[in-house]
Design a protein around this ligand. Structure first.
Ligand code: SDX
Length: 466
């Protein structure tokens, strides 16, 4: 595709074909100029290290807290165009996958890079279906939690504990061990999730039922009571399967970056995925869907929306389920989920919170405060309404996010492990603390008697030059 001539090239008469894909920088401290390759819209951070003021100078680093403008890897798994609201897995648009595929098929696509043949899908489905049981000792492990333990805390611990049942998974380059780790985690995540729910309700665990498909089996393990066989509503099971597809992967989000970072130490995949669960637990990430429901309940009725939005503008509140680091437009997943909310509520009965959510979205998208900050609904804004319609409690919402994201985490972990450019993640820092201080003997120390907790919080750095 021809690219627009930049003003610089046009001004010095260079034709498009003579333009070099390089960046020229001049260090005004020394007057030295440097040229760096531009590849795939990036320059290598290491190319800045050559810029020094003297031989013994360490050289320049780049500074990017929260990695807002730093590519950490090359990946072929998920493509997002945040401005156009595009999401593709291995090049296939999410809209087509939601309409035509299933979660297990999408999991295969993410991990192996192509859609499975009939035989491959049969084998993949058989293997996952026949690894849904967890070791009986895991039940003891789960029973050790308090009755009111948050299910995400339980899932985090249980997935980490799974690594102790499969020590062979430490052979991270062994194809068979990798395949089994993928199968086991995708298969057992719903079982562990459902067990944590049953534990929190003081109910007996329901074992997997191999006659049911992936989402039907999850609903059975969650809700089966005294009936001989759980009879899932196919409309609800399908809606949950679409939600699983929508949550399967999302390129280098916080939890995937945690999986890649921890996995770069060559620890086993269970421990790496446990790190992803810990990151997803946070309210700014996977915990947002639970926070959206609590927010809608706090708003209570449509008439309270203007006051609530005023609180958001005063930064006393956050509009949970809105905003995204990458999407500066409507999250395509939110659009698909919104469509399914209406279908699910037809099957399960109306939810007054939907009316508040729809009106809240309308008011926010009519308000320059939100549109100027590119704050649009994200995947978490409507998903909780479907989970609630499925009688899944808010404390389980983030667990429901973790189940399908397991396939994405595994796919990304494998890609990282095979990437020759990757090695153990170990960022640098800008040191701002004390230097060459002397130890003060206990007897010579003075100060207040009590511990000043606020001292433990680093004061927000004053904006330089503010
Ligand atoms: C997920 O990365 C992924 O792909 C994640 C995810 C995935 O599939 O893995 O898509 C899943 O995590 C979705 C996001 C769910 N989180 C929420 O809904 C929580 C509410 N949203 C945010 O807290 C926030 O929007 C983030 C965390 C999602 C993104 O934050 P950024 O990119 O760091 O943006 P920012 O915090 O720097 O905000 C920019 C401005 C700020 O205002 P100013 O300081 O410029 O005045 O927008 C404001 C923020 O205060 N802002 C919000 C807001 N989100 C950002 N103000 C009110 N409500 C919000 N939700």
């Amino acid at each position: 595709m021809a690219t627009e001539q930049t003003d610089a090239a046009a001004s010095n008469g260079k034709s498009g074909k003579d333009k070099k894909e390089t960046l020229s920088v001049t260090d005004n401290r020394t007057g030295e100029s440097y040229e760096m390759e531009i590849t795939d819209g990036t320059v290598k951070a290491m190319d800045f290290r050559q810029i020094k003021v003297s031989e013994e100078d360490f050289g320049l680093m780049t500074y990017d807290p929260a990695f807002t403008n730093t590519a950490s890897c090359r990946s072929e798994i998920t493509y997002i165009d945040g401005d156009a609201g595009i999401l593709e897995h291995r090049g296939i648009p999410i809209e087509q996958l939601c309409e035509k595929s299933t979660y297990l098929e999408v999991a295969y696509l993410l991990i192996f890079g192509e859609l499975p043949t009939t035989k491959q899908l049969e084998r993949w489905t058989y293997d996952i279906t026949h690894h849904t049981f967890v070791h009986e000792d895991m039940k003891q492990f789960e029973s050790g939690f308090r009755y009111d333990a948050h299910p995400m805390g339980m899932l985090l611990a249980c997935v980490g504990a799974l690594s102790t049942f499969y020590p062979g998974s430490k052979e991270i380059l062994d194809p068979e061990e990798r395949y089994m780790a993928a199968i086991r985690m995708i298969a057992k995540m719903p079982t562990l999730a459902a067990f944590s729910y049953r534990h929190s309700r003081g109910l007996p665990y329901v074992y997997p039922d191999n006659d049911l498909n992936y989402t039907e089996n999850f609903l059975s393990m969650m809700f089966k009571m005294t009936e001989v066989k759980y009879d899932p509503d196919p409309r609800l099971a399908r809606a949950l399967d679409v939600l699983f597809i929508l949550h399967a992967d999302h390129e280098q989000n916080c939890s995937t970056s945690a999986v890649r970072g921890v996995g770069s130490s060559q620890v086993d995949p269970y421990s790496s995925v446990a790190a992803g669960i810990a990151a997803l637990y946070g309210p700014l990430h996977g915990g947002a869907n639970e926070a959206v429901l609590r927010m809608l309940r706090r708003i209570k009725k449509v008439e309270n929306i203007p006051d609530f939005l005023e609180g958001v503008k005063k930064q006393e509140e956050r509009l949970m389920g809105f905003g995204h680091r990458v999407y500066r437009n409507y999250d395509p997943r939110a659009r698909i989920i919104h469509k399914h909310v209406e279908e699910v509520l037809e099957a399960t009965g109306d939810n007054p919170l939907l009316e508040i959510a729809v009106e809240l979205e309308k008011r926010a998208l009519d308000d320059e405060y939100f549109t100027s900050r590119k704050l649009y609904p994200n995947v978490d804004f409507y998903s909780g309404l479907i989970y609630e319609a499925l009688r899944i409690p808010a404390s389980m919402f983030t667990v429901i996010f973790a189940i399908p994201r397991t396939a994405g985490w595994i796919a990304q972990w494998m890609e990282m492990s095979d990437d020759p450019e990757q090695k153990i993640a170990r960022p640098r820092q800008i040191y701002t603390g004390a230097r060459e201080a002397d130890y003060v003997p206990l007897a010579d120390r003075s100060g207040p008697e009590k511990i000043l907790y606020e001292q433990a919080r680093r004061p927000k750095l004053q904006q330089r030059g503010a």
